[in-house]
Design a protein around this ligand. Structure first.
Ligand SMILES: [Zn+2]
Length: 170
């Protein structure tokens, strides 16, 4: 059976649903099928608040349920579980997006010369710097070519980390 790592569970929950749902997903990961009532009691939360959190998880298909009839009261009780595969899948999608943002950032920094005011007023394109004769339009100080070498190195390192996370995710 596929499992979801704590880190993955937390990152997906925080960025896709909200940090307020961490308590619910953590309990569901630890203890499996739980009713809304149990979650409410255990987390000292209002039943409607718990239902709202579950609804948000369900909206992204991250949880499933089984329902059992309460023989005494006659109504159905829903027992919720997280779907580990769904968390892993969403995590991979997040990593892919991150990877593509990093690649774009690298491409931009490799292909564009940008100039910055030595007083740190602003950064402008080469065309604008040429037009301003390399004087800052704001303060008149010198505009210098920005060296992105270190930035690009950092981005490439970050890219390797993201790639590693992608490979480690089942
Ligand atoms: Zn300036």
């Amino acid at each position: 059976m596929v499992k979801v790592k704590k880190k993955v569970l937390e990152r997906v929950t925080v960025s896709k649903i909200g940090a307020d749902v961490l308590g619910v997903v953590t309990l569901l990961k630890q203890q499996g099928e739980l009713s809304e009532f149990f979650l409410a009691k255990k987390l000292n939360d209002d039943i409607n608040a718990i239902r709202n959190k579950i609804y948000r998880l369900q909206h992204l298909s991250l949880v499933s349920y089984t329902k059992k009839k309460d023989e005494i009261k006659g109504w159905y009780i829903y027992y919720w579980s997280i779907i580990p595969e769904a968390f892993n899948q969403l995590y991979k999608t997040m990593l892919k997006e991150e990877m593509s943002n990093i690649k774009e950032d690298i491409k931009f920094k490799e292909e564009n010369s940008r100039y910055g005011c030595i007083q740190k007023c602003r950064i402008i394109s080469m065309e604008d710097a040429l037009q301003a004769q390399f004087a800052c339009p704001h303060c008149g100080e010198l505009l210098k070519l920005i060296d992105y070498t270190k930035d690009i190195e950092k981005l490439k390192k970050k890219m390797k980390q993201v790639k590693k996370s992608m490979d480690l995710c089942p």
